[in-house]
Write a protein that binds this ligand. Structure first.
Ligand code: 13P
Ligand code: SF4
Length: 301
C-alpha cells in the first residue's frame, strides 16, 4: 500500500511552495495539524525546529525536512548547556520558551509558547503568582516586559531577519507616505519598531488584521515581518496597498534564508521520501519536550 504523504508549509515559504502544500499556516496551526495528522509521511516545508515539533507531537509519522540547512538563528544562537545554567540560576521561576527552539531546549522548559499565545500564557502565569524567565527571543521578551510591566529575565538570542528592522527607516517611510500609513509588526522585531506599530502579533494575527482592515484603500500598510506573508495578505486583500517595511531606505528585502531553502525541487524530493529525516531525537528527549508543548496546546484549544 502506498504511503500517505501530507505537506505542510509555513507562511514564510515562497508562494509556489505554499501552492504545493496541503496545509499552510503559522507555527501554532502547523503544530496542531501535525499532531492530528494520520499521514505516514509529513513533509515540513518550514525550518528544522518546526519539523522537530511535528515529530515530537506525532512520533509515529516519518517527518521530512526538505533541506538540512533550514535552521533558525534563535536556535543557533542558543547554547543549550549555557541555557541550562541560566535556567538553574532561577530555581523559583517558570521557564517559558518560544517554540523557535531546539528539542533539547524545549526539554528544559516548563511552557512552550508561539507568537499567537505568548501574551495569554504569560498573563495566566502571572495571574497565578508565578515568576517567569523567558527564552530565547530577547526582542519578544523585551516587548512583553514593556507592554505588560513584567520584569522577566531574558535570554539573549534574536531572529536575524526581524532584528534588522529599525525605527529610522520606518519613520522615514511612514512620514514619506502621501496617504495615511499604518505599521503592523511581528514581536520578533526590536522594541523601538514595536512601539511604533498599530498592531503587534503573530503571522496569522497580522494576516487577520489585514483581512479586517476597514480604512481607505489608498492608505499604505507597512508590514514588519518576513516577506513570505505578503503573498497571503495580497491574496486576501488585493484592494489594499500592502508594502514590506523597509530595513533601510529603499530596501524592501526582509527574507528568511532558512525558509527560502524550501525550493520546489527540495519539496518534491521530500514528497518522494528524500530529505532530512527527523529520526535523531531520543524517546526521552521527545517525551521531555512534549510536556511543555502539550501544556501550551491544551491552554490554546
Ligand atoms: P509564527 O509563530 O508567527 O508562525 O512565526 C514563526 C517564525 O519563525 C517567525 O519568524
Ligand atoms: Fe527563525 Fe527568523 Fe527565520 Fe523565523 S524568520 S525561522 S525566527 S530566522
Amino acid at each position: 500500500m502506498s504511503k500517505r504523504v501530507v505537506t505542510l508549509a509555513h507562511y514564510y515559504t515562497q508562494p509556489e511552495i505554499q501552492q504545493m502544500a496541503d496545509k499552510v499556516g503559522d507555527s501554532l496551526e502547523l503544530s496542531l495539524f501535525a499532531r492530528e495528522s494520520n499521514a505516514d509521511i509529513i513533509v515540513f516545508a518550514g525550518v528544522r525546529f518546526m519539523a522537530e515539533t511535528a515529530k515530537i507531537l506525532n512520533p509515529q509519522a516519518e517527518v521530512i525536512l526538505p533541506d538540512a540547512g533550514s535552521t533558525c538563528s534563535l536556535v543557533t544562537q542558543t547554547d543549550v548547556a549555557a541555557l541550562q545554567q541560566w535556567r538553574e540560576s532561577y530555581p523559583e521561576h517558570v521557564h517559558v520558551s518560544y517554540i523557535n527552539s531546539s528539542a533539547a531546549h524545549k526539554a528544559i522548559s516548563d511552557w512552550i509558547v508561539t507568537s499567537r499565545n505568548v501574551d495569554d500564557i504569560i498573563a495566566h502565569l502571572y495571574e497565578q503568582g508565578k515568576q517567569v524567565i523567558f527564552s530565547p527571543d530577547r526582542n519578544m521578551g523585551a516587548y512583553l516586559n514593556y507592554q505588560y510591566g513584567y520584569n522577566m529575565p531574558l535570554w539573549s538570542a534574536v531572529c536575524e531577519v526581524h532584528d534588522k528592522f529599525n525605527e529610522a527607516a520606518l519613520d522615514e517611510a511612514l512620514s514619506a507616505s502621501a496617504t495615511p500609513a499604518h505599521l503592523i509588526a511581528h514581536p520578533e522585531s526590536p522594541l523601538p519598531v514595536l512601539k511604533r506599530a498599530e498592531y503587534v502579533g503573530s503571522t496569522s494575527g497580522m494576516l487577520n488584521w489585514v483581512k479586517a482592515f476597514a480604512g481607505a484603500a489608498t492608505d499604505v500598510i507597512f508590514v514588519a515581518t518576513e516577506d513570505g506573508i505578503l503573498y497571503n495578505m495580497r491574496l486576501a486583500r488585493p484592494d489594499l496597498d500592502i508594502r514590506q517595511a523597509p530595513i533601510y531606505a529603499g530596501c524592501q528585502c526582509n527574507s528568511c534564508p532558512y525558509m527560502k531553502m524550501n525550493t520546489i525541487e527540495a519539496v518534491k524530493r521530500a514528497q518522494q521520501g528524500i530529505g532530512t529525516r527527523i529520526d535523531y531525537l531520543s524517546d526521552a528527549e521527545m517525551d521531555a519536550a512534549r510536556l511543555p508543548i502539550e501544556r501550551m496546546l491544551e491552554f490554546s484549544q
